[in-house]
Design a protein around this ligand. Structure first.
Ligand SMILES: CC(C)(COP(=O)(O)OP(=O)(O)OC[C@H]1O[C@@H](n2cnc3c(N)ncnc32)[C@H](O)[C@@H]1OP(=O)(O)O)[C@@H](O)C(=O)NCCC(=O)NCCS
Length: 196
């Protein structure tokens, strides 16, 4: 193991900017938060993140039990916003139901809404689900009277950075996140540097 430092950006969007409503593609639907589906969020998060760079940055994202702990921590935060916490599903009958995407929102000091983790399961990407999940959360932040939306993203996640820029987020800070990672994987990560 060695300690690797991953470059991350804090990005913020002004919630006063008006945006169009988020319309999901056909056959997909939003599922609002309720306590009984905490584990569905955890499992969907795991499937969305397990093979991605953020599972190196935050090893808990590459592990189902880690995702369960993370979801429980998010749920326990004082600013947890049920109205900004959504799943996207496809299909209705139990045999064909697929959980496709997850997002959570938390209210922070200064009327800031923090997007926790947006994740779309491979196989459902590139059809607008990530865009719709974020738009849905921005609407919930606005309805809660918040002024600013914020998130953190790994610099070496260009698809996510592009998505956020398209939705009005701008970089406000650069952060380095340390993570203990296996030696073999860090050499392939350009936006990271390692200290043995
Ligand atoms: C980042 C992530 C959430 C994006 O989700 P997504 O559902 O693929 O996002 P969208 O479909 O809204 O947008 C992705 C691309 O599809 C395009 N797209 C959206 N709707 C489309 C449509 N109907 N037809 C064709 N292309 C479409 C978008 O323009 C975008 O293109 P770009 O990559 O060239 O900018 C997803 O890749 C993911 O879960 N990644 C792993 C977890 C992760 O890194 N999350 C971010 C943590 S900060």
């Amino acid at each position: 193991m060695q300690t690797t430092y991953f470059k991350r950006f804090r990005m913020e969007a002004d919630l006063a900017r008006s945006r169009g409503p988020a319309t999901l593609p056909a056959h997909y639907r939003f599922v609002p938060w309720n306590e009984a589906i905490l584990d569905v969020h955890a499992r969907t998060k795991f499937r969305a993140f397990r093979d991605e760079i953020d599972a190196l940055v935050f090893p808990c994202l590459g592990d189902l039990e880690g995702c369960r702990r993370l979801m429980a921590e998010i749920r326990a935060k004082a600013g947890f916003l049920p109205a900004a916490t959504w799943l996207v599903a496809r299909g209705t009958c139990p045999s064909s139901l697929q959980w496709c995407g997850t997002i959570q929102g938390v209210m922070e000091r200064g009327r800031v809404g923090m997007i926790q983790n947006v994740g779309v399961v491979p196989g459902h990407r590139g059809v607008g689900l990530g865009t719709c999940l974020i738009e849905r959360v921005l609407a919930a932040f606005r309805e809660a009277g918040l002024h600013t939306a914020a998130l953190e993203v790994t610099a070496d996640n260009p698809g996510a950075v592009r998505l956020y820029q398209r939705l009005g987020f701008r970089r406000t800070k650069t952060i380095y996140k340390s993570s203990d990672t296996p030696v073999a994987t860090t050499a392939d990560v350009p936006a990271a540097f390692a200290l043995s």
